[in-house]
Design a protein around this ligand. Structure first.
Ligand code: ACO
Length: 362
């Protein structure tokens, strides 16, 4: 019996997170995600995922310092990025730059938390470096006084970011740090299971994240909302798409058979952030119309908004370009990937499923 897409197959035991798909709940190390976003920072949530507990003041300060010390790109990585063709998409640039990072240090087996912290610190710098380079703008070095999320926005714009925008982005980032055995995390674990290094595992994960059915969905959500804004008839656009066999970007989830708790938290943050807003009204209208259309045309499939739907809306509200959506998701999820690589290394067995041969014998 084959489970296409390994649907429902349990491939590992983990202590990192738990998804209760029937009740729409997500826990990091036993703590419910909504509580984490209310009470803790990016650094505290990342510490929890890497170490298994929240940091005390000294541990938090040490983690912040370590992240700051690792933000600068090696010169040779900058040279590699400079030489990549301008048309190369940002996810491929991040994948290439992270892959090149393995030339700098000794990333042998086994992986360590310091390596996880270094890779996590580098991703926002890679994104900002490339984005400003393509725009013909001077690179903005990191600001040591700023924490991880604030510094990311600062390096992108070169200006001190708006506090509400930092808060909104930090909420999004905390909500998307980790999500069980999703496709990119599985990729990272498969690569790590061969006793390959953490840089290779993260390079695999970035390549997997890039696909439109996984991390590439937010740009598709913006396209969908733009199309509906243009046509002006949400129900017709959505109905036509589903009837033609298209998937509505930002809807459906492999594990959640009810509302995605991350989408609910992001929607609440968005309402708090922007209040009355044309774009938010459109997003909420599309959500309710799509759920109705999907209930009618795809009965019993329990299709609701996933995290990507309101991620797209929140990114738009903080004026982040669409091409930064999936890279920003990557800057977040690298924490979960590295936590899983560390866990895989603790009790490793190489992943090696089988395929059923359906060809003929000659
Ligand atoms: N729009 C319309 N129909 C859908 C959608 C959707 N977004 N999602 C699922 N369906 C339908 C399928 O057509 C299928 O119908 P059928 O039974 O008539 O064949 C049924 O629901 C089951 O769909 P599957 O694709 O088998 O569900 P699966 O669990 O494999 O896929 C996935 C989950 C990939 C997220 C899917 O819902 C999808 O492609 N959504 C759109 C892309 C998206 O938003 N991705 C982001 C996911 S969140 C993340 O990765 C961080």
């Amino acid at each position: 019996m084959i489970q296409k897409g390994l649907k429902g197959i349990v491939a590992a035991e983990t202590l990192i997170s738990h998804i209760d798909g029937d009740n729409g709940k997500l826990f990091y190390r036993g703590y419910e995600i909504r509580e984490i976003t209310k009470r803790f920072s990016f650094e505290e949530a990342a510490y929890l995922l890497w170490y298994g507990n929240f940091p005390d003041a000294e541990q938090l300060s040490a983690l912040k310092d370590e992240l700051k010390c690792n933000r600068d790109l090696p010169e040779y990585v900058k040279v590699i990025i400079d030489q990549l063709p301008p048309g190369m998409d940002l996810m491929s640039v991040i994948r290439t730059a992270i892959s090149a990072e393995s030339g700098n240090s000794n990333y042998g087996w086994k992986p360590s938390v310091s390596q996880a912290i270094r890779l996590t610190a580098l991703v926002p710098t890679i994104i900002a470096y490339r984005k400003r380079q393509l725009a013909g703008k001077k690179f903005v070095p990191h600001w040591n006084d700023l924490d991880h999320v604030e510094n990311y926005l600062y390096m992108l714009s070169g200006r001190m970011p708006n506090a509400a925008h930092v808060e909104a982005l930090e909420t999004y980032i905390i909500l998307t740090l980790e999500h069980g055995m999703n496709a990119s995390t599985f990729s990272a674990r498969v690569t790590a299971s061969t006793e390959s290094d953490i840089v290779s595992a993260i390079t695999s994960a970035i390549g997997t994240m890039k696909g439109p059915l996984h991390g590439g969905a937010p740009s598709g959500v913006i396209e969908l909302l733009n199309e509906i804004a243009l046509v002006g008839d949400a129900e017709k656009v959505l109905r036509d798409k589903v009837t033609n066999g298209e998937k509505l970007m930002g809807f459906g989830h492999r594990v959640y058979k009810t509302h995605d708790p991350r989408a609910i938290s992001l929607k609440a943050k968005l309402m708090e952030l922007v209040g009355e807003d044309e774009w938010l009204d459109l997003a909420m209208d599309v959500e309710s119309t799509a759920v109705k259309v999907l209930e009618e045309l795809k009965p019993g499939r329990a299709l609701y908004t996933n995290v990507e739907f309101y991620a797209a809306a929140i990114m738009k509200a903080i004026n982040m370009d669409a091409e930064l959506f999936t890279p920003t998701f990557t800057a977040s999820r690298i924490v979960g990937w590295t936590a899983h690589v560390l866990e895989q290394a603790e009790n490793n067995t190489i992943y090696r499923p089988q395929a059923k041969y359906n060809g003929s014998f000659k």
